[in-house]
Design a binder for this molecule. Structure first.
Ligand SMILES: [Zn+2]
Length: 655
């Protein structure tokens, strides 16, 4: 889902600089957040009630809608047939979500009685079902469907023409039909039969099987969705539309699929240029994530009265159309619709993915600079310091629809692409699809796939970036010292000075300009204060960390001359003297306050060869000595390690 305050998003095709924020509409997300917050306020009490239903005891298999939409009275009337299966032994009651304001007239089929109140419809089954046994009943109902939050079920108008549409995310499906209003239990298929005034066109999920004209001046549209679909993605859009059709050819050229557009009739449409990009976007995303998931049906885009977009399965709804919104809602067909977040705590698996898809599309069109520029637009930490990407409390209104799930969620994928590597990143999405296609997944499922495909332990990454707060603010200083044989020793100090509790563990690329060329060295940074020392074979002139901006961060560089060695104001482990050495070497430690830690010596293989100190280290200057006894000649590392410090100096021992 995405919300736009205005219909125009400005974008330059060529983006020569990073962070050109003014060219983009920055308001849509604020509006989305506000509307989502209103929605949740409406729904908070209900969510508690709904949680008390026995929804976990059964699986939904099918919804069959037969609804008459009365535009004049702004009511609906008809029936919904539901099929499902028991997940427990002795299921004798099915509890569905349905707004109390809708009137249930009858429940037929496998039902002996029903009760409707507190937004729950309880249907008593004629006999208890065992695990795996099915049920089917039809609920006749009518009334005024709920409007609220984003929209719910809306009766609106454009230039005097009616617009009827739905937007049920996250919990609003109950406002217009009896359902299991959860994202993690998909119906295997849905029939949506809509009877509307004959001058209107009714659009819904899946394939239009037929249209019948009725003698009473109405027309009936028969839509069929034959792919599994989450409750909140079932939708309708009804208006006097101008429609046209495009074609998408599948990646293997074996199938053609209609790409359909429904725009308000008589609307001076500035949208055709952007909408015409749709088939090439489907092709691009299919090329990286596998074939469009609903290839045997369609991809449609229908205009509706809400100011943004909603990724209804096979038929996205949008208030207006522009390139990036079209891109976002289309990407949701894979991430959101084909693989759905198992619950709203994991909403970033929908929104972060669709947001990153926008950046990938920019990369596809504009190249590396387009990607980089777009990602910098999403770097706005002021709006996400107090929440994690994983939403821990879905009753806390301000948290669930924070920008964080969109923007930091996209950044998490961007960083993952760097850490796992481009090929692995691509394979991760294909494997994630293969495992969870047409189902639901949570963050743990995604992490599992990432780790299996990449072979990396990504616990640190997910715990710091998805479950943790904030982002790193690096303070960087560096020194250069001439060594022997035209070599230079470079010492880079990286401090993480963010005030959030978390220190981030990241591989960081250090880009060094030297007199004879440029070089990149990757270091592993995971402490509040950490020194990285290495030798290069040319005089270093300039240092930039993370030159391609793959890390969500801010950076401050020290202005200290890299040739000057300054008095320490922070933890300091001086270079050893003499070095190289034979016999013993000395080094000096400066601590601004006492710490608990260990001072050790390691060999090149990472094995500890000496323990110089263990326990409390007093503040101030202290000089230490290491005198190898049994060690062989070679390179060793002197390390001070504590919970948040990691200082290291390299020494060369020559026997
Ligand atoms: Zn979205």
């Amino acid at each position: 889902m995405r919300c736009l305050k205005t219909s125009i998003v400005f974008f330059l095709i060529a983006l020569p600089l990073i962070g050109i924020r003014a060219q983009y509409d920055e308001d849509w997300l604020d509006r989305e957040i506000q509307t989502k917050q209103r929605l949740l306020q409406d729904r908070r009490a209900l969510a508690k009630l709904a949680a008390s239903t026995n929804a976990a005891d059964y699986d939904i298999g099918y919804y069959g809608f037969d609804l008459h939409v009365n535009v004049d009275s702004q009511t609906i009337a008809g029936s919904v047939t539901i099929r499902g299966k028991s997940r427990i032994d002795s299921l004798n009651l099915v509890e569905l979500d349905l707004a109390s304001g809708l009137n249930v007239h009858a429940v037929t089929g496998q039902a002996v009685s029903y009760q409707h109140g507190n937004n729950i419809l309880q249907i008593r089954l004629p006999e208890a079902l065992s695990t795996g046994e099915g049920f089917e009943f039809t609920i006749d109902y009518s009334g005024s469907p709920l409007t609220g939050g984003f929209q719910g079920f809306s009766f609106g108008s454009y230039n005097g023409s009616p617009i009827v549409s739905t937007l049920s995310q996250p919990y609003y499906a109950y406002g217009w039909f009896p359902c299991k209003d959860r994202p993690n239990d998909k119906a295997d298929s849905v029939d949506i039969t809509l009877t509307v005034p004959a001058n209107l066109e009714a659009v819904a999920n899946g394939t239009l099987k037929k249209v019948e004209n009725n003698s009473d001046g109405t027309r009936t549209y028969f839509w069929q969705e034959r792919y599994p679909i989450a409750t909140y993605l079932i939708s309708l859009a009804i208006s006097e539309y101008t429609s046209w059709q495009d074609t998408y050819v599948s990646q293997d050229s074996s199938l053609t699929m209609p790409v359909m557009y429904w725009i308000y009739k008589d609307m001076p449409s500035p949208y055709t240029t952007d909408l015409a990009l749709t088939p090439s976007m489907i092709s691009f995303f299919s090329s990286i994530w596998g074939e469009y998931p609903f290839i045997k049906e369609k991809y449609g885009q229908a205009q509706f009265s809400w100011g943004g977009g909603m990724e209804h399965q096979t038929c996205a709804s949008m208030g207006s159309f522009n390139e990036m919104l079209i891109c976002h809602e289309l990407a949701h067909q894979w991430w959101g619709d084909m693989v759905t977040c198992a619950n709203w705590k994991n909403i970033w698996l929908n929104e972060g993915f669709a947001r990153y898809a926008e950046a990938l599309w920019r990369e596809h069109i504009d190249g590396k600079t387009g990607l980089e520029a777009y990602m910098q637009i999403l770097n706005r930490p002021q709006s996400w310091q107090n929440s994690s990407v994983y939403i821990t409390d879905t009753t806390r209104v301000s948290a669930i629809f924070n920008r964080i799930v969109y923007d930091k969620g996209a950044w998490i994928l961007h960083m993952l692409r760097k850490i796992a590597g481009k090929e692995n990143f691509r394979a991760i999405f294909l494997a994630y699809r293969e495992r969870h296609s047409m189902g639901a997944a949570d963050t743990e499922d995604f992490q599992r796939v990432c780790e299996e495909v990449s072979g990396l332990d990504l616990d640190y990454f997910f715990s710091e970036w998805v479950y943790g707060l904030g982002q790193p603010h690096y303070q960087v200083s560096w020194h250069r010292v001439p060594a022997s044989d035209e070599h230079w020793t470079v010492s880079v100090r990286i401090q993480q000075i963010q005030t959030t509790a978390t220190y981030f563990s990241m591989p960081i690329e250090l880009y060094l300009q030297t007199e004879t060329g440029d070089t990149i060295i990757t270091v592993w940074n995971s402490r509040r204060l950490q020194d990285h020392e290495f030798q290069i074979n040319s005089k270093p002139l300039e240092l930039i960390i993370d030159p391609d901006n793959y890390i969500l961060k801010s950076v401050a560089y020290s202005t200290v001359d890299p040739d000057l060695v300054t008095n320490p104001t922070e933890f300091e482990l001086s270079g050893a003297y003499p070095n190289p050495f034979n016999g013993s070497t000395h080094f000096r430690l400066y601590l601004p306050h006492d710490i608990l830690g260990q001072l050790r010596v390691y060999n090149l293989a990472g094995q500890q060869v000496a323990l110089i100190g263990d326990g409390r280290f007093r503040s101030g200057y202290r000089t230490y000595q290491w005198s190898p006894t049994t060690q062989a000649s070679g390179i060793y590392f002197i390390r001070l390690e504590s919970d948040d410090q990691f200082l290291e100096r390299k020494v060369l021992y020559l026997k």
